[in-house]
Design a protein around this ligand. Structure first.
Ligand SMILES: [Zn+2]
Length: 111
């Protein structure tokens, strides 16, 4: 058993800050080439890491860091990431949030 104090760090594609992977959110690509949140960090292939912070998502989007990190030709749609961060990232700082605005309802779109 190796007991190393070293914590593997990843670089946030937004603010370029380094943090242990537990503090970052992994982003990956779906089979259809869309950006998705890999919350459990178990998807295969190339991934990008980002703080679960709307500011970092915005930064990364502006710098087209997602496309670069994931070797995409075009900048991906970051809506899934933004939604995830708004939903889960806010949980960390708030004890209780009132009813969320249901601007995104569940619809299963085939694709
Ligand atoms: Zn960041």
């Amino acid at each position: 058993m190796v007991n190393t104090p070293h914590v593997p760090e990843r670089t946030c594609v937004g603010c370029r800050g380094k943090a242990p992977r537990a503090q970052l959110l992994r982003l990956a690509l779906t089979d259809s080439g869309e950006l998705t949140v890999d919350a459990l960090a178990h998807l295969p292939g190339r991934g990008a890491w980002i703080h679960p912070d709307p500011a970092c998502v915005e930064l990364a989007e502006r710098r087209r860091a997602f496309g670069r990190a994931l070797r995409m030709r075009e900048s991906p749609d970051v809506a899934p990431v933004r939604d995830w961060v708004e939903l889960h990232g806010a949980e960390r700082g708030r004890t209780h949030s009132p009813s969320p605005t249901g601007r995104r309802h569940t619809d299963s779109k085939g694709g």
